[in-house]
Ligand binder design. Structure first.
Ligand code: ATP
Ligand code: MG
Length: 452
């Protein structure tokens, strides 16, 4: 890692007040604004506070996209907001905000905050551990991550307030940190993943210096809160642009830090080994399939996301030919547990999702197994984890361009299994038990295992 040139004066400069650039919000149709958020803002403004729409919603509106949610930022303190709304509730212990609720709908209303001062115990350590000091609108804009995420929209005056050059960056299609990128990435390395998320989702180019800072800071990702890291990885996988996002993760080195086994599996850049090239190609094709699946309206479950990432790494460790699923199940189960259990611990993936990912991978061979012996398709298709296994099988069929007919016949069985009568199920169970008893002529009876 190269030493990050950190400019501590820059941190202090952030508090120097400058007037915002103001642009009329002509391109934003009133109909695209959320009525409940407008109500919150106009009441706060009538009481003499500053209040704006802020963050992702302003960015998305300016890009002509529909915002996921509408957040409000205000000069009113949490208690003052709560006092203004009978339907307001203060939430959070350290980072306190007010939820103003209209039926099911929640408007998150946050008081302007400023960046915390450098830590006195560790002056060189920029990692932010506390983020709860109130501030001005400008300070609130400057403590945000990227320029395009720090725009305020005043719906009453119909104006955009820009303290950080976000409007120019949006116009130019550039993602850039606010302030020194090395400082901002060191403060919160998860911003590396956020940069990749926004760049791929919104089709933005990452500014060169921001990119350089990402590359220089990747090793710090290990210090970030694990659940946040996992959440961002899963978001990237479900974004519909996972292929581009994972290519960027690999290019900046984050894949090496976060998922070293996968990075190693893909080989070196320009690896002379053709097998490494094929492995990388397979991996990218699986992600491409995942993106196509998301665009078709499917939302991959957590277990499926994790299984997609590790599928070939695990099959390779168990020495399974990807197109021949008949390799030994126990080998796969062992390799899957060996790889996924430590990973799950390190990112705090739940036991349930870890189990689902493992079983989805181990069960792949079932889909092409001859329908005989102890194997009862109806029981398999009624299994608790069948859906995840089938989703993964669909992805691999798409990725490798074969097995689609097999997938469709299993999909049909899945429908049948869900509507099977108790009698039918009982009949299948009995057949399976009979087969099981008859089998061990000269061998052992197999105990129920992860693959059954
Ligand atoms: P999305 O559409 O994915 O929700 P968003 O921009 O709303 O995108 P959020 O994660 O919901 O992103 O965060 C809301 C806002 O809070 C961001 O727009 C940004 O201004 C600020 N923010 C979020 N995370 C950080 C961070 N790690 N550092 C600084 N500011 C952040
Ligand atoms: Mg948001």
């Amino acid at each position: 890692m190269t030493e990050a040139p950190i400019d501590l004066d820059e941190l202090r400069d952030r508090s120097r007040p400058t007037p915002p650039r103001i642009r009329p919000a002509d391109d934003i149709a009133s109909a695209s604004l959320d009525q409940d958020a407008l109500r919150v803002i106009s009441r706060l403004q009538r009481q003499g506070f500053e209040a704006y729409l802020v963050g992702g919603c302003v960015r998305d509106l300016l890009l002509g996209r529909r915002p996921k949610d509408f957040d409000v930022a205000t000069s009113a303190h949490p208690r003052q907001v709560k006092r203004a709304f009978a339907n307001g509730r203060i939430i959070g212990k350290r980072f306190r905000l007010v939820h103003v609720t209209y039926g099911e709908h929640v408007i998150e209303t946050a008081t302007f905050r400023r960046a915390p001062p450098p830590r006195e115990d560790e002056p060189g350590d920029l990692l932010i551990t506390d983020d709860n000091e109130f501030g001005t609108a400008e300070e609130d804009a400057r403590r945000r991550d990227f320029t395009i995420n720090a725009l305020f929209l005043d719906p009453t005056r119909r104006e955009i307030l820009d303290y950080v050059g976000g409007l120019d960056d949006l116009d130019a299609g550039v993602l850039r940190t606010i302030g020194d990128p090395h400082v901002r990435m060191a403060e919160d390395p998860v911003r590396i993943l956020r940069a990749i998320k926004f760049a791929t989702r919104l089709g933005l180019r990452i500014d060169d210096q921001t990119w350089a800072a990402m590359v220089d800071t990747v090793d710090e990702l290990g210090r970030s809160a694990k659940p946040r890291v996992l959440e961002e990885i899963l978001r990237l996988m479900r974004s519909g642009v996972a292929l581009g996002a994972f290519r960027m993760l690999r290019a900046c080195g984050a894949l090496r830090v976060l998922l070293p086994q996968i990075d190693e599996h893909l080989g070196q850049r320009n690896d002379p080994d053709p097998a490494a090239h094929d492995r990388a190609d397979e991996f990218w094709r699986l992600l491409e399939a995942l993106d196509a699946d998301v665009h078709a309206g499917n939302a991959p479950a957590t277990g499926v996301c994790i299984a997609t990432l590790f599928l070939r790494v695990i099959e390779r460790a168990a020495q399974v030919d990807p197109r021949n699923h008949d390799a030994a199940g126990p080998e796969l189960a062992r390799a899957a547990a060996e790889l996924l259990e430590p990973f799950a611990l390190s990112v705090r993936l739940s036991r349930r999702d870890t189990g689902k990912a493992i079983r989805a991978i181990v069960q792949q061979r079932r889909f092409t197994q001859p329908l005989s012996k102890r194997f009862r398709p109806l029981l398999f298709a009624r299994g608790e984890d069948f859906k995840e296994a089938l989703d993964l099988f669909r992805l691999r069929s798409m990725a490798w361009g074969q097995g689609w007919d097999v997938y469709e016949s299993w999909l049909e069985r899945y429908e049948q299994a869900r509507t099977a009568s108790p009698d039918e199920v009982e009949r299948e169970r009995r057949r399976k038990r009979r087969r099981g008893r008859r089998k061990p002529k000269g061998g052992q009876t197999s105990a129920p295992s992860v693959e059954d």
